[in-house]
Design a protein around this ligand. Structure first.
Ligand code: G
Ligand code: G
Ligand code: MN
Ligand code: NA
Length: 253
């Protein structure tokens, strides 16, 4: 079986699973969101990280199918958690083709046309390269998400084409500072200065700033006085199966 045939089977036979990583309020420790992260439960190779198969999925034209599986899980889990009384948001990752011109956005919008769906609990994380090829269409897509109450985050912030005009012109609510700046924030002075400057800018723009890759208490302690709003990383929690999210959140409360 070629990799792409195996992946096609994985999509149709339910081998793709969605795990979630919690994000907590930097001050209160309360859970404000969880990020959906796809994994492939491979029949012989075990649980595979998306870095091991998303490039193949893209190359073999299967990325939309993969994202559809994730979207269906995210919609079902978001509804279930909202109905259970939880208030945290659920974020999913979209690569540039999902935001502009794909079939994922129309699918999400049609799911949101069901007025009983808690759209304000959903977030989409996009990377800066989503705005390069067709900035006007990308902006339209973000506006459509916003019209439906879905929040938008810029993911991996600082590693891509960090144009300040995106922050000025695009309807985004959140910046996720890339973990390459966050993990060493307590030991590397230049990383610390970048995070601090970004935190000041986020505050000025009224954007929520999420620190990704918080791996230890030293980093968390450094970030709090800078005004970073939300912490995500192994220091808080590793990604976990969907079934473990509600018990984890209850234990935190
Ligand atoms: O979970 P992990 O750290 O292995 O994720 C690695 C990368 O895969 C991250 O950059 C993450 O954004 C990306 N990723 C995880 N799930 C999805 C998904 O459903 N869609 C897309 N486009 N990227 C994902
Ligand atoms: O690119 P994106 O932010 O969507 O990907 C998140 C990825 O980062 C996930 O695959 C997750 O497993 C990984 N991750 C989450 N927390 C940490 C952390 O504290 N340290 C490191 N090295 N990776 C992390
Ligand atoms: Mn992400
Ligand atoms: Na990221």
């Amino acid at each position: 079986l070629s990799r792409s045939e195996a992946l096609r089977q994985a999509v149709t036979t339910g081998q793709l699973v969605v795990w979630y990583q919690p994000q907590v309020d930097a001050r209160t420790g309360g859970v404000v969101a969880v990020e959906a992260l796809v994994r492939w439960r491979h029949p012989t190779e075990g649980l595979l990280s998306p870095v091991a198969f998303l490039a193949d999925a893209r190359a073999s034209g299967l990325m939309a199918e993969v994202t559809e599986v994730v979207l269906r899980r995210v919609l079902a889990d978001t509804r279930r958690w909202a109905e259970a009384g939880f208030t945290f948001r659920v974020a999913m990752n979209w690569a540039p083709p999902e935001l502009v011109g794909g079939r994922i956005l129309p699918q999400l919008i049609s799911a949101l046309d069901d007025a009983t769906f808690p759209a304000d609990r959903l977030m989409v994380e996009v990377t800066e390269d989503s705005f390069l090829a067709e900035p006007e269409r990308a902006r339209e897509a973000l506006l459509e998400l916003r019209r439906h109450g879905v929040q938008v985050a810029i993911d991996d912030y600082g590693t891509g084409f960090s144009s300040l005009s995106y922050l000025r012109d695009l309807p985004v609510q959140e910046i996720k500072m890339d973990r390459s700046f966050i993990t060493p924030v307590a030991t590397d002075e230049r990383s610390r200065m970048i995070v601090q400057t970004t935190a000041q800018m986020a505050r000025a723009f009224g954007l929520r700033l999420v620190a990704e890759g918080v791996e230890d208490q030293a980093a968390a302690a450094e970030l709090l006085p800078m005004g970073v709003d939300v912490l995500q990383g192994f220091h808080v929690a590793r990604p976990m199966p969907a079934s473990e999210v509600a018990p984890w959140v209850r234990r935190r409360q």
